[in-house]
Design a protein around this ligand. Structure first.
Ligand code: FAD
Length: 466
């Protein structure tokens, strides 16, 4: 039979939103139960950020070995054993997920493997291997994340037509890979497989890959994709598919034409949807918006005052660090602290080649918000460290308010953009001015010198450009 357990805080979903919320609530003295139906760590650790970066790093390593002849490096006969690469990647994932498990244990969090659904405003049912249990909670945090959108004409079969989940676990490098959807996930994985040896074609429905990202940044990625031999087709809508022996033929509308693209595998990366299926939100008074995301206020509270929601299930930006930040906010609010979602900016990173990282407003957005702006730009081609690592492609752009010189946005395309954006994010969070960036002594020779020089350039006195 079903028995009822009590919990101060019940967290549903063990991704970077849920496990962080659980730990923070436990730190604040709450008794916490964390329900996860799959694996601790969620999408991020098991089939998102971490495995993708592991594969991208190794693909890049292979690519660099093959392309450093100008520096006198000639490597003959590189072999990629995909099964070993996958085992290694899984080892990275395991270290991290086991780390999460021991953090939960050390914080006295009860982790339950099972699927949760609401039965009333303050109760959930959890179906586990052994049957079902009811949990009555004081507070609940929903952190169930998101899942890949399927195209009705090109349904997933897990073998030939795959999502990012399967693409991260391929045991064999496909000879031809067709990527449907030129957003960041499709381009990151498409680039990695190209570097591992696949022939890659990317189809993007709109007029630009990475829609929504500043074209001035995207240009560098487009150019390098071409150099890498990735075929990119924009304004291309994949409509249906046909299995043709060993190959898959995908029919695509390109403007007014119909074309057929053939490949061994088709990777569909056309977006992600909130994962609320089976939660029975309506039974507990939790409302969603038109797109199905759970509605929350600045304290992450849903329309049910006992229930909070965080991470991908609450909407964009669907990023791990946003999920974790919201998780801390929800846990602190539950513990009675005056927290709210008060991040000034949330950085976003695209792990293409070169990387793109952005924080705050673009020049255009700042103008739309009614600001007069100063903009400074510094090319990696004038930075010693970048050149000495063969990474001279790209630039740093700093946008500031003209009058106060307060930094409003920083946009980077180039080597290590993902790591460089941290300084810019802190600057904006702390209301730094151009002088704060330019008068901070930066170690030489390092990539962050480009941020200092872009800030100098904004007021017309960068040393290393005219
Ligand atoms: P999730 O990580 O999705 O976790 C939700 C968990 O809830 C899952 O484990 C699920 O099993 C569980 N669950 C769902 N329903 C129930 C239920 N009813 N009962 C119990 N458990 C349930 N973000 C970045 O910031 N940087 C990156 O580089 C990056 N790369 C990515 C690459 C790929 C290929 C993908 C797919 C995503 C990437 N993301 C990246 C996005 C990132 O993974 C998500 O933003 C993040 O995982 C969201 O965290 P979350 O806690 O909201 O949900």
């Amino acid at each position: 039979g079903e028995f009822t357990v009590g919990a101060d805080v019940l967290v549903i979903g063990g991704g970077p939103g849920g496990y962080v919320a659980a730990i923070r609530a436990a730190q604040l003295g709450k008794s916490v139960t964390l329900i996860e139906k799959n694996d601790l760590g969620g999408v991020c650790l098991n089939r998102g950020c971490i495995p993708s970066k592991a594969i991208i790093s190794m693909a890049d390593f292979v690519h660099r070995m093959k392309t450093m002849e100008t520096a006198g490096i000639r490597v003959n006969g590189i072999t990629v054993e995909m099964e070993r690469l996958q085992q290694w990647k899984q080892g990275v994932v395991q270290k991290l997920t086991q780390g999460v498990a021991s953090l939960c244990k050390g914080n006295q969090i009860t982790v339950v493997q099972g699927e949760a659904s609401f039965v009333s405003a303050n109760e959930v049912r959890v179906v586990t291997e052994h049957g079902s249990e009811r949990y009555r909670f004081e507070s609940c945090i929903i952190a169930t994340g998101s899942y890949p959108v399927e195209l009705s004409g090109i349904p997933f079969d897990g073998q030939r037509v795959i999502s990012s989940t399967e693409a991260l676990s391929l045991k064999k490098i496909p000879q031809q890979l067709l990527v449907v959807g030129g957003g960041y996930i499709g381009l990151e994985l498409g680039t990695a497989y190209r570097k591992l040896g696949s022939e890659v074609t990317v189809l993007e429905g709109t007029g630009q890959i990475l829609p929504g990202t500043d074209p001035g940044l995207v240009r560098y990625v487009t150019r390098n994709l071409k150099k890498l031999g990735v075929e990119v087709q924009t304004n291309a809508l994949a409509t249906s598919l046909q299995i043709n022996g060993e190959k898959v033929d995908v029919t695509v509308r390109v403007k007014d034409e119909t074309k057929v693209f053939s490949a061994d595998q088709v990777l569909v990366t056309v977006g992600r949807k909130p994962y609320t299926g089976g939660l029975e939100l309506a039974d507990s008074g939790i409302e969603t918006n038109e797109q199905g995301f759970i509605k929350v206020d600045r304290q992450q509270r849903t329309t049910n005052p006992k229930v909070f929601a965080i991470g991908d299930v609450t909407g964009n930006p669907m990023l791990a660090h946003k999920a974790s930040y919201e998780g801390k906010v929800a846990a602190e609010v539950i513990a009675g602290l005056p927290s709210e979602m008060d991040a000034v900016v949330i950085p976003s990173v695209i792990f293409t080649d070169p990387e793109i990282a952005s924080v705050g407003w673009t020049e255009e957005q700042a103008k739309q918000e009614g600001y007069e702006t100063l903009t400074g730009r510094f090319p990696f081609g004038a930075n010693g460290r970048a050149l000495s690592m063969e990474g001279g492609d790209g630039f740093v752009q700093v946008i500031a308010e003209k009058q106060t010189k307060r930094v409003l946005g920083v946009h980077i395309v180039g080597p290590e953009a993902s790591n460089l954006i941290a300084e810019a994010t802190l600057a904006i969070e702390m209301c730094a001015t151009l002088e704060d960036l330019s008068l901070t002594v930066h170690a030489h020779p390092t990539l962050p010198e480009t941020i200092m020089e872009a800030a100098e350039a904004a007021v017309g006195h960068a040393i290393h450009i005219l």
